[in-house]
Design a protein around this ligand. Sequence first.
Ligand code: 5GP
Length: 184
Amino acid sequence: MEKICTQEEFDGKIKRVLISKEEIATAVQKAGKMISDSYDGKPILLVSILKGSFVFMADLCRAITVPCEIGFMSAKSYYSGTVSSGIVQINMDLDRDVSGYHVVIVEDIVDTGRTLNDVVKLLKARNPLSLRVVTLLDKPDRRVVDFTPDYSLFTIPDLFVIGYGLDYAELYRNLPYIAEASVE
Ligand code: 5GP
């Protein structure tokens, strides 16, 4: 079925800018420095959880000054009620063994925490040298499982946000800033 979205409809869902592209750039540089400083001289694998983190990953990896490799994964967690099942469906898996690497998971947003809780369990079972989670955004008010990222660039209230990789109905990923969306 053809999806039609006029420019007016597209613009109409952008309620307000929450985090500007300048604020994002400053925070990404800081995160890149933190990663570069803590892993100097050790093999790093940045793992982007698709699709939402692709823009953040592209900027973050260029803010890292030490050698690092890049990997991509697409994952979806299954749960019933508020309980994470621990079952995570991998739609696309990493193309290498993580056991020789310090893994840094690069995520767009931690909301209920289910996805990362499950992805972390799955990757830890593959015995990386170490594993940390860096997220662009954290919505702690929405958490239903006990999960805390190691590093979060921005903590935001319980709002639905779009832009800088995050979508609404697969659109808005290309916005250079993060906005609150008008969605019912
Ligand atoms: P979880 O609930 O498992 O922590 O989050 C899973 C996924 O839900 C995130 O990686 C993200 O793709 C999506 N998500 C959660 N909150 C938002 C939001 O405010 N905006 C958008 N676009 N996606 C979100």
